[in-house]
Design a protein around this ligand. Sequence first.
Ligand code: STR
Length: 417
Amino acid sequence: MNCPHTAAAPADRGAGTVVIDPMVQDLDGETARLRDAGVLARIDLLGVPAWTVTRHAEARQLLLDPRLVKDIDAWGLWQSGVVTRAWPLIGMIDAGRSMFTVDGAEHRRLRTKTSQALTPRRLEAIRPEIERFTQELLDALDAAQGDDGVVDLKAVFAQPLPMRVVGMLMGVDESQHAMLTRQYKAFFSMLTPQDERLALLAELDVFYTDLVREKTARPTDDLTSALILAEEGGEPLTEEEVVGNLKAMVAAGHETTIGLVLNAVRALLSHPDQLRTVLAGEVGWDAVIEETLRWDTPTTHLLMRFATEDITVGDEVIRKGEGLVVSYRAIGRDIEQHGADADAFDITRPTRNRHMTFGHGPHICPGAALSRVEAGIALPALFTRFPGLRLAVPDEEITRLPVMTQNDMTAFPVLLG
Ligand code: STR
């Protein structure tokens, strides 16, 4: 990006600045550098400075702090025009009015129906459908094996499953799933030129607005229709708000669960002793899921909150108008929270459930239970169907996509055995 303050080399911004690598060439190294940089670290996001919180306890406290808001108008660099829509990460923040971008009482108004629709009890009703999607995709895996027996577990299984689930919930027709997958892949990739990213976001807005208008005319039993209909005596959401929520749900539901499922499979295949204890029934799949969420978080960095007043954290001060990122991957590896072996994957770890990967406070992930249900169905089904499942390449050869906020693999080639 070309703006005055980005002309300076990152080192000029203080020795402690960690430059977040858009190519994600060394995620473990970067996570460790962030942790070493302190509780509150200065980071550089494509030339834009921000703070990030790297520790569990302090992040928990900051996520409850009403002086931090999601409203981009509270950001000094945005007000002053230093950050514009030319910045490749702007779509992570300026994403339209929704439960993701609004705080306080308005936030509760935008969010209530969604969180009520996604409680564990309500999710029991859709379990059979998730099981059916899973079985269909396992058949697809079997059928997709090349002559060499290799198949991409991401493209054929981990990616379509969450799309189908969130599509069913929100009422997005299957004929649109491939388009959405392609658009979100381009949205998140740092290789996509910014004008193309802005164009695809505009296209998605048209798509979602059309969908909301169609559901307004002919409501069905999906969550999009429920968001449109006013509560008894309540104030209905505006079209813009329904569209914003729908966008947020599809983007989040689709993207993050891919990471959860793939990261769990990867962790188990590279820790065969632990896989054996799970397959023998000695440790539950819930333990695998929680430890994966802690150790290899689907969201690496969550953008962004803004300080409406100076906020002191230890020896540092987040000044009014400055931006704060939450680095969930570093937080999952916090030694204070998880012990000196926090970098090790261990499904028997006593603190495995005490991670904060779904966030904390008012914005805590409303889809947490859904992702646990999805992974809780997909993982055992996959290993039951293909007990000999193994990686088709050495683990070190698995590459990550150039995505700065999500933990996203290029592909995950496996042999089904
Ligand atoms: C993507 C672009 C868009 O149109 C709407 C949203 C809002 C919700 C965001 C989503 C974004 C990016 C991925 C997020 C998701 C909420 C949860 C998910 C940040 C900006 C996570 O990775 C936790």
